[in-house]
Design a protein around this ligand. Structure first.
Ligand code: PA5
Length: 417
């Protein structure tokens, strides 16, 4: 379990309990969704961690791709952010085995560079897997990138296309026509809630992430997040505190991660919160991401002395994979001698929290034990339930995204569709 410390949040236990009590009916409803084990509700992403057959199907296909020398993921938003979040946290930005490249936006230089890398890999007689991921099967950025790669590499025996999409989408049709490998996403599972579906499980399994441990972590967390008391339900605690912070004018919620490996998680959470709840003029929270301690040298001044609009969530890691030491330091730097980086970072986190507390800037700390697949599964699941509960408190439907659709429709119209 994670340790969530909220004594500097500036809210009282009574307020938290009263707010949490308003979520009881919603938690009971979510519990029923999980118990039904069916993809029939907007909250059905909660069923994904228990879907043994989708994990198995994904693993089988991933095993057949493990000999590739390069993985290219073509997708955007909910179709790439979850994969990046888990990959970066568990494997790092530079993956130890197979390299992975993401084609997300429409960016000529980026797409040309990926195409060049595919070309050189194929020239070396090595295999490439291109996984195109789009729930709708129509997102312009994704389709445009995929068509560029398809044009050049469709006839190469060394390039394997894997399509992940909804049943009935235009992309599914294309995959069937061309006999490409196909993975499907349950219709009721929205993009930003799809990290435990084939959307992310397939590329993560290809890269060597233990996806069984990932979904087991999510299952374990759901066991807590479907309880109705804040003492054992961290999602309920987080949702209640976030709601109270918003009510007292903290409209910016910054997730300040003290591990560069968690930046992807921060960006994934930013989308989850913004797209799920940013729907009314008075209830929206602007989620931001900062990386410690780097961004203390960037936004730290604003955080401590600027407008009192920000509520911070410091996310810290108890145990890093490796612990670097300063072997030797002389003179005025001697205080660093023999110190481990874990010790230095602890001091930075403590110093940051002391300063925030002195300036009466509200914050909580979420301490996770490590960056294993199991822990990340728990973390992402906790955040998804917490956003669902926050939606309930704010009386906002956390599952649609009308405004995102607007730009997509206009852009397609401008291009003559
Ligand atoms: O969460 C969402 O619904 C969006 O961010 C989508 O994931 C994003 O727009 C990409 O859509 P699609 O997966 O249909 O290509």
């Amino acid at each position: 379990m994670f340790t969530i410390t909220w004594k500097n949040a500036g809210v009282t236990l009574t307020n938290i309990r009263d707010t949490a009590a308003k979520c009881k009916s919603r938690i009971l409803a979510l519990r029923q969704v999980v118990e039904r084990r069916a993809y029939t509700d907007a909250a059905s992403s909660l069923v994904l961690p228990y879907d043994v057959s989708q994990v198995r199907t994904t693993q089988q296909l991933a095993r057949r791709c493990r000999d590739a020398a390069l993985l290219v993921v073509v997708g955007i938003g909910g179709s790439s952010l979850g994969t990046r979040a888990v990959q970066e946290a568990v494997l790092g930005t530079i993956t130890p085995g197979m390299p992975v490249l993401y084609a997300e936006t429409v960016d000529s230089d980026a797409t040309a560079a990926i195409a060049k890398r595919i070309r050189s890999t194929v020239r070396d007689n090595k295999r490439v897997v291109i996984n195109v991921v789009s729930k709708s099967g129509t997102t312009m950025e994704t389709i445009a990138n995929f068509l560029v790669f398809l044009d050049e590499f469709r006839r190469s025996k060394l390039v394997t296309m894997v399509v992940t999409t909804d049943v009935g989408s235009p992309l599914e049709h294309l995959a069937k026509q061309n006999d490409w490998s196909l993975l499907t996403i349950p219709d009721a599972v929205g993009g930003r809630y799809s990290v435990f579906s084939a959307v992310s499980l397939f590329p993560l399994a290809v890269l060597g992430v233990d996806i069984e441990r990932l979904v087991q972590g999510a299952q374990h967390m759901l066991g807590h997040c479907l309880r109705t008391d804040i003492a054992s339900n961290p999602a309920l605690l987080l949702a209640s505190i976030a709601y109270l912070e918003l009510k007292r004018g903290k409209t910016v919620h910054d997730t300040f991660v003290f591990s560069t490996k968690l930046e992807g998680y921060g960006k994934w959470y930013r989308q989850l919160l913004a797209e799920s709840l940013g729907k009314t003029q008075d209830a929206g929270i602007l989620p931001t991401v900062s990386v410690g301690s780097t961004d203390l040298h960037s936004v730290g001044q604003y955080d401590l002395a600027g407008p009192r609009l920000v509520f911070h969530r410091f996310v810290t890691v108890d145990k890093f994979g490796q612990d670097v030491h300063v072997a030797k330091a002389d003179g005025i730097f001697s205080y660093l001698q023999h110190k481990s980086f874990t010790r230095l970072l602890d001091a930075i986190v403590q110093g940051t929290q002391d300063a925030f507390s002195r300036h009466k800037r509200p914050f909580i700390q979420i301490a996770v034990p490590d960056l294993s697949a199991d822990t990340i599964g728990r973390l992402l699941q906790m955040e998804m339930v917490s956003v669902m509960l926050l939606g309930h408190l704010l009386k906002v439907n956390p599952f649609d995204q009308q405004a995102v659709e607007e730009y997509k429709i206009t852009a397609r119209t401008l291009l003559g569709r």
